[in-house]
Design a protein around this ligand. Sequence first.
Ligand code: CMC
Length: 432
Amino acid sequence: MTNERKATLTVEGEQPVDFPILTPTHGNECIDIRALVGKMGYFTYDSGYLSTASCKSTITYIDGDKGELLYRGYPIEQLADQCNFLEVAYLLKNGELPNPSQKTEFEKAIRTHTMVHEQLIRFYQGFRRDAHPMAVMVGVVGALSAFYHEAADFSDAEHRTLSFYRLIAKLPTIIAMAYKYNTGEPFMYPRDDLSYTANFMHMMFGTPCATYQPNPVLVHALDTIFTLHADHEQNASTSTVRLSGSSGANPFACIAAGIACLWGPAHGGANEACLKMLEEIGDVSRVGEYIKRAKDKNDSFKLMGFGHRVYKNFDPRAKLMRKVCNDVLSELGLENDRLFKLAKELERIALEDEYFIEKKLYPNVDFYSGIVQKAIGIPTTMFTCIFALARTAGWVAQWEEMITDPEYKIGRPRQLYIGAARRNVAPLDKRA
Ligand code: CMC
């Protein structure tokens, strides 16, 4: 992994110092500057982590220029086509896809953990009915850390695996309960006879009055959304989970921290923000006006669902999601729906516009996933919860990778202090 070549840092008036170069399986080589402060007394400054690899990882690889996304080496296109979300979750955690007996065993383990402790149901009553479901999620998922004391030795692989099962199994139940609490309908218990995703739809859309029949096209669409959102290397929420977990904190609390970070509109909140934007635009005739605003440097408005920090040619997840989007709209006969026609027009104009082409701003996965979820009947405020459900698979895999890494240390960035220089406190009557 360490390259023959070295990087030499020369600071004017000082002796040059060599640093090792690390070679990855794919992607950019990294200059290992861990010894920099010891050898030279400098920190590096990289606000926003534009040039910083915060860890070594074997889980996910993204090539932003090629538009490539690999989970454990497998292209996302093949995983979306040939595997379901649970197989992908297994892959992220274990490094390999399950064989048939491992798959059966894993599905059984997940089914065993789908119910939540009855005591947890009372937590919901503490929230306002109109609370944002992500606010409820932060609280309820964090509260899981108060329930499982018997498996809280995270140096034990079995305890870690049990936490993984619990999180993957209970997130759909917790999310569906947040939805039911908001609508005032009764909570639905999970059903063992349904697949993971069909069961989630049952808990969301079913009622005790009738047996819910999930539509296979919609189940497949939602399962694909889960697969496409399952991991995305060291994004903001995953880095949050890693940083919180690096202190040895409880994984349920760390996942709650990840959920809090994901909520922001520049990250997982983009699909919700995108739908709100479409509602605000309202009609195809106003698309031009909004495109103009997005290009205006003096206007803070951005086209939500467009652009990505890493993908600068196209987002491979968006390509897959676009197809799912068309399948769902045609299954539901919604091709001519006002909002969906508007979204398609926005996509068309933005893809042809010089500003967007030049800045490499393409529709990202959240542009299409919001439209699909809306068509399925998932309310806009729940979109980021769906993202959180899926990303939990990646978060737990990344957390486990970190705490089992022999080089693992608590995350502790330094800073470039630009505040007041040292000064003395003046007596109260002498202060300006
Ligand atoms: N609409 C209009 N202009 C944009 C947009 C947009 N959506 N995104 C970026 N730009 C402009 C930006 O103003 C800047 O212009 P200039 O060079 O004149 O200053 C240029 O493009 C580069 O943008 P940036 O903000 O420096 O790029 P970034 O890598 O820091 O930000 C982003 C990436 C995703 C935060 C940003 O594109 C954005 O806010 N997009 C809308 C929100 C969104 O859809 N987020 C979901 C991301 S996908 C889900 C996930 O993986 O979390």
